[in-house]
Design a protein around this ligand. Structure first.
Ligand SMILES: C[S@@+](CC[C@H](N)C(=O)[O-])C[C@H]1O[C@@H](n2cnc3c(N)ncnc32)[C@H](O)[C@@H]1O
Length: 276
């Protein structure tokens, strides 16, 4: 007889979310249900799990297993200079509105393995702003932050990253910023040491500083509207007057009360500016 893994619907998803909360304190109650259900199902199929009891025994057995499960259900896909024209707009903003800020304070929320924040550091270096910048990069997952801190990535994707970089109106070659060591691309210490990597949970942690730029792309898409609103308010409270908020291509703040308090800077690339 063919072995069947269990099927996850809304009811089962609700029970898993409660179990995660009771066991670890991570709060996924306000994440978008369809996306979480897909991720739960993926894990259950991968581990050939046949019941909720079996799942709960596995993830409850040790904290490592729970962390591994949480990593599996959050989507960590990222790349360097993702949406290259977004970085072109950021280059322009750095040379105009943001040029005189000292220090220039930047927060990458939901930075995943760090490719996006290294892309920002490269642009800052090219505009001679890196030394005056303070960059925080945060994520809910410690393991992606460990990768980000190392700044070492597989060579496999470098051609795509070179292309993205060129499309962002680059002035150098990307290989000016890394060395190849043991089959990996390792970004220069000068970039790495400017970035402060730290865990920060957008659901439960609050404002921790004031910023001139907040980049939070492809994260809100996994939250329901209510949670998006709460997090957008945290971003608003974390911005200096005239500060910039950049969201992902499928994300928006037009539905949120903070829309009244922000000016659209670039509608296509989802960049807003806090009213001064
Ligand atoms: C798809 S990645 C986006 C990476 C990068 N910003 C980009 O656009 O390429 C989403 C990231 O959000 C993080 N994340 C999910 N929920 C979070 C939360 N509550 N607080 C902070 N980060 C969270 C995930 O761990 C993941 O690394």
């Amino acid at each position: 007889m063919e072995f069947k893994t269990m099927q996850i619907g809304e009811k089962e998803a609700g029970e898993i979310i409660s179990e995660i909360y009771d066991n670890s304190g991570y709060d996924f109650f306000q994440y978008s249900a369809p996306s979480l259900i897909r991720r739960f199902q993926r894990y259950i199929d991968l581990k050939s799990i046949s019941s909720l009891d079996e799942l709960f025994t596995l993830i409850g057995s040790e904290p490592e297993k729970m962390n591994e499960f949480i990593e599996e259900i959050t989507v960590n896909v990222t790349e360097m200079f993702r949406d290259p024209y977004f970085f072109k707009i950021i280059r322009q903003a750095l040379m105009t509105e943001l040029y005189d800020k000292s220090p220039l304070k930047i927060w990458h929320a939901g930075c995943s393995t760090g490719e996006e924040v290294y892309s920002m550091a490269i642009i800052l270096k090219e505009k001679n702003l890196l030394k005056n910048s303070i960059i925080y990069a945060t994520d809910i997952n410690q393991s992606v932050l460990d990768i980000a801190k190392n700044g070492a990535y597989s060579l496999e994707n470098i051609n795509q990253y070179e292309k993205n970089y060129t499309d962002s109106e680059a002035s150098e070659n990307l290989n000016a910023y890394y060395e190849v060591k043991n089959g990996e691309v390792v970004f220069n210490t000068e970039l790495r040491e400017k970035i402060i990597f730290s865990t920060h949970n957008l659901v439960s942690d609050s404002v921790f500083n004031k910023f001139d730029i907040i980049v939070c792309r492809n994260v809100l898409i996994y939250f329901n509207k209510e949670l998006q609103n709460t997090v957008l308010q945290t971003f608003y409270d974390s911005l200096n007057p005239d500060g910039f908020l950049a969201l992902g291509s499928k994300e928006s703040l037009l539905f949120s009360p903070i829309n009244q308090l922000m000016d659209e800077y670039n509608g296509q690339f989802k960049i807003w500016k806090k009213k001064g």
